[in-house]
Each structure stands twice: as structure tokens, then as C-alpha cells.
Design a protein around this ligand. Structure first.
Ligand SMILES: [Zn+2]
Length: 310
């Protein structure tokens, strides 16, 4: 599926940004000001050739030459070589492969980076972190991405549940779409008081519905959200103490919950970090919501080509 957004100014450098996620793959033709000219998305590829076909179809739509193709991908990506070093889950077939070889775009430059880092690059180039050098960003979605190391996999509870990464009690097992939805499902399964029900085809309530239900007085939903926020707050306190950042950016699908997400924990975080940091660190939302992944992936190309600098 593709959507024409606007027409490129003549002469402005363009790059293609690709965001390979667990459920969908997105791409866009992106201008040097971070503006998207045309966007594309379809369900995540299940083979390397499906990924190549998708990117080539986008490349064909670009019409004028692009500076390169930037790729943001889940997992551990070696940016120097574009090799996918580790990628558990549905995109496992990419593990060990060089994305530049998979894409096989001839002379066109291909760069790759972890998707949480590309989202941060978009924020630094065009979003909330413009001009900042010391930023912590968490992308809160199906899992939790961190732009420095693997922040979603810090241990919050050493006796907690097993995580996709093999560790126990990670932030991701407590605060992610899957964690919130499975916790609410556990309440339903225990026949606790719940206001939401499974859909006609048996699908379980999603995080957005659970946030809404919590606001409308569903006690189980409130319990689930309070607990999840408690863990997110504890993790953020640790990140503030560890990195002493100028700003914290929350991105990803869950961040769309907006003020409802931040207000309850902001005070608590400020109180718990006051003594060591001596100042309140702003916790803000991602500006490039919904397109940060593709924009930041294209940003990789602008940076590599020396057209932009951080
Ligand atoms: Zn983990």
C-alpha cells in the first residue's frame, strides 16, 4: 500500500527510509528536512526475497535518484557492515545476513541500524531532541527499544518471568503492549472484575482499550496500568541515574497514550532523582510518532553522505 503525501521540491536531496518491524514493514521517500513525500507499508516480509521486492518497488516509485536506502531493523544490527547479528522472532530469517546484500540495490548506498536508534536519529535531526547531545529514548511498543544498548532488557525483577531475550524480569516483560495485554488477560482468566471482553473472534483486549478502560474505572485495567507504570517509572529512575541525560523521550505505540502515561509517574520520578541529579529532567513524547523509524532510517543516509550532521 502506498500513499502520496506531497511533491518533492526540485533539488532537495532525498533518501529512502525502511523500517522493518515484527508485524509491518514501512518505507518512505524522505526529504532532507525530515518530510515524507510518499509512504508505503505492508505486512512484514517472511522471506529475504519478499523484503528485496518491497524495497525495489519503493525505489521504482522514487523516480528521481535517491542518496541511498537507510534501513532500521529490530534486533542487533552491525551498522558498519549492515549485518543482522541477532534477531529472534518472526524476522529470524534475516539473522546472519548483510542487509545490503539482501536488498541488492546495485550502486545505491545501503545503511542499516537498530530501529530504536533510527527513531532516536529522527528525534535528534528533526524532533524533540534537536540540538541535544545526551538523550535517553525508549520506544514502547510490542517490545521496548532503547537507543543506548538494550534498555528494554534491564532487569527490574530478578525473579520475574522469562523474557524473549533469555533474561528474567526485564522491563519489556513488565511494560510493553504484550506485557500489559497478557496481564489484563490474566485478570480475565482469573475472573477478576473486568469491563472488557474478548472480541467475537476471541481476540483479547488491546493496550489502547485497556488504557481507556482504566480511565473509565475498570478496576482490573487500573491495576494492570498502575503496575506497568510503576515498573516504567522505576526503570526511568535507573536510566536517569545511569546516564544523567538532558532529556528523556518516550516513543512507540504506547506513548500515544500521551499525558495519561506520563502524569502519574513524572512526579514520582522527579522525587526519586532529586538528590543525585538536583534538577528535573524533562520527559517528553516523540515528535516523529508513527514515522520516526522511516525518517530516521533515511537520516542514516543523510548523515553518511555528509548532508546532515549531529
Ligand atoms: Zn529481556
Amino acid at each position: 500500500m502506498s500513499e502520496k503525501l506531497s511533491s518533492a521540491d526540485s533539488g532537495d536531496p532525498l533518501a529512502i527510509g525502511v523500517d522493518i518491524g515484527g508485524t509491518a514493514i514501512k518505507a518512505a521517500i524522505v526529504g532532507i528536512r525530515g518530510d515524507l513525500f510518499e509512504s508505503f507499508h505492508e505486512p512484514s516480509p517472511r522471506t529475504a526475497s519478499a523484503l528485496r521486492d518491497f524495497v525495489h518497488s519503493v525505489l521504482k516509485c522514487a523516480k528521481i535518484p535517491v542518496e541511498g536506502i537507510g534501513i532500521g531493523c529490530k534486533g542487533i544490527i552491525d551498522a558498519a557492515s549492515t549485518r543482522v547479528k541477532s534477531l529472534p522472532g518472526d524476522l529470524h530469517f534475516l539473522e546472519g545476513q548483510l542487509l545490503s546484500e539482501v536488498i541488492a540495490a546495485g550502486d545505491v548506498l545501503v545503511c542499516a541500524e537498530n530501529d530504536a536508534r533510527t527513531a532516536l536519529i529522527a528525534e535528534v535531526l528533526w524532533g524533540s531532541a534537536r540540538g541535544r547531545r545526551n538523550v535517553v529514548m525508549l520506544t514502547l511498543g510490542t517490545g521496548v527499544g532503547g537507543a543506548a544498548g538494550h534498555l528494554g532488557h534491564v532487569t527490574l525483577d530478578p525473579r520475574g518471568g522469562l523474557c524473549i531475550c533469555g533474561n528474567y524480569g526485564c522491563l519489556e516483560t513488565h511494560f510493553s503492549l504484550r506485557a500489559i495485554e497478557s496481564d489484563y488477560w490474566a485478570h480475565m482468566h482469573r475472573a477478576a472484575s473486568v469491563k472488557l471482553s474478548t472480541g467475537s473472534t476471541g481476540q483479547r483486549p488491546d493496550t489502547q482499550a485497556i488504557f481507556r478502560a482504566a480511565a473509565e474505572g475498570d478496576e482490573s485495567a487500573r491495576c494492570v496500568i498502575d503496575r506497568a507504570l510503576e515498573y516504567l517509572g522505576a526503570a526511568l529512575v535507573s536510566f536517569l541515574h545511569t546516564f544523567d541525560p538532558e532529556i528523556v523521550i518516550l516513543g512507540g505505540n504506547i506513548a500515544a497514550a500521551g499525558p495519561q502515561l506520563i502524569a502519574p509517574i513524572q512526579d514520582k520520578i522527579a522525587r526519586r532523582t532529586r538528590i543525585l541529579l538536583g534538577r528535573e529532567v524533562p520527559i517528553v513524547f516523540q515528535k516523529t510518532v508513527g514515522y520516526g523509524g522511516v525518517a530516521g532510517a533515511a537520516g542514516l543516509i543523510f548523515l553518511q553522505q555528509g548532508l546532515l550532521a549531529i
